[in-house]
Design a binder for this molecule. Sequence first.
Ligand code: ZN
Length: 409
Amino acid sequence: MDEDRKAIDKTGEELAAELIRGDRRALARALTRVEHGGRESAALLAHCRAHVESQRQNEGKRALRLGLTGSPGAGKSTLLEALTRQLRAQNKTVAVLAIDPSSPLSGGAVLGDRIRMREMAADAGVFIRSMATRGHLGGLAAAAEDALMVMEAAGWDLLLIETTGVGQGEVEIARCADVVAVVLAPGMGDGVQAMKAGVLEIADVLVLNKADLVGIEDLEQDITSMEMLNEAVSGRPPRLVHRTVAARGEGVEALLSTLLETAQSGNNSGRRNPEARSAPVLDHLGIAVRSIEQAEGFYQLLGMTNLGRETVVGERVRVAMFAAGESRMELLEATDDEATIARFIARRGEGLHHVALRVPELDKVVDRLRSRGIRMVRDEIQIGAGGHRYVFIHPASAHGVLLELVEKA
Ligand code: ZN
């Protein structure tokens, strides 16, 4: 606590100057401060950022960020250690940021069981820091980004980010990395299928660790099939696959070369520029109701905010939007008995009418779907009240769901 108190007493400028000079204790204190966030960390971050920007621009020096994620049991920590050893053998200094959103602990405590990591931390060329939650996952991603900025200001050559591969927060954090490796291993339940949705998507490189185990051929076969299917559906070229036995250091040097090359090339699926990502996100759920006035009371009871109402003349529908986190709920009421929504309610009653996904380039997606024989409700892309563009995919082509695709504004 005394340490923290002193850290807070120091100005951001003082603390930044100390960590830039290479003071490890100052770095540790600075990381505690940015993890807490808020006003206390703003000045510190501003000084670190200014230093990092000037290094990048004037000296072309930039700390590459390698992200490592995967389910527990894949040997991710062992691989992280092996990569760190390899980097040390190449005389590079390494700072590790281990993220554990599920743990209430922070500041190194979650590393307690990692004996080898602690041994490595005795090396002056290695710095290890674990980070738990700043309250919520969105906050954690922001805290991780800040922590990496501080570590780069402190002059470390390579930044390794380890996440546990458990969900959406991981995906956000991975966006901080220049390259992301997802670690898999044979014999992990349903293997590829068991990975949380979205986690495999963020990989630039797929690592098949524990490659000396029975089942490695099946795992690689699963991965290859998945990559071929992805290429057919989304046009994304297959990703690089590496086999490793991290515990014996096998395949680690080759993997490291690939990671460094990919990180340097900036050819990393566009994760650093979220607008360029092609994966759809849930935009809203459309719900057919008899009366918006009557239905909206229910959503207000749930504490949801009404984002406004409009009438879409072309669709003969009145719409009320409610905020639901990053997505929305759309209540739809027919303006007359011949409207699509009126006929839907006459046939099936009130209920879920459609699911809407938001995509970056609607024309491209629609062309791709058409070329695969996917049916649209109408041939042309429609233009909605706010000027946004959308299409509906016929339920016959979308496995029973009326699927709306809307274009990112
Ligand atoms: Zn809609």
